[in-house]
Design a protein around this ligand. Structure first.
Ligand SMILES: [Zn+2]
Length: 127
């Protein structure tokens, strides 16, 4: 009966860890800060700076460009399975977005380099 004992392996718990990825650029770079959005039971969406509010969460980079993409592609609505954002929520999110000022040094760096190189790498698949 030694067989039963052999099964006792320390199998690592393969748990699905919800990866925090930006709903706009789909990147989950730990170096970039992600802002959590939360949707409450009433379908209202708000910024959750503490990251502890209850409800379905979604993340966007702390980067105005990603917020622009999120609004343009309706990524927030999709992430929360909403038909549309509540106008007040949308206004609040837009206000939050405009509080995110792009760092001038960073903007200059991306301008001299190729701004699309990263996007191309992730977005070339498909027909
Ligand atoms: Zn992003």
């Amino acid at each position: 009966m030694a067989q039963a004992g052999k099964k006792q392996q320390s199998a690592p718990p393969v748990k699905h860890v919800p990866q925090r990825t930006c709903i706009a650029c789909r990147r989950g770079d730990a170096k970039r800060e992600l802002v959590r959005l939360v949707r409450d039971s009433a379908g209202r969406v708000s910024v959750d700076p503490g990251g502890k509010a209850r409800g379905r969460g979604a993340y966007v980079c702390r980067d105005a460009a990603c917020w622009d993409v999120a609004f343009k592609r309706h990524a927030i609505e999709r992430a929360f399975k909403l038909e549309q954002l509540h106008p007040e929520d949308r206004a609040a999110l837009l206000a939050y977005r405009s509080s995110l000022e792009p760092e001038p040094s960073l903007a200059e760096a991306t301008r001299s380099a190729e701004p699309r190189s990263a996007a191309d790498r992730t977005d070339t698949g498909g027909s």
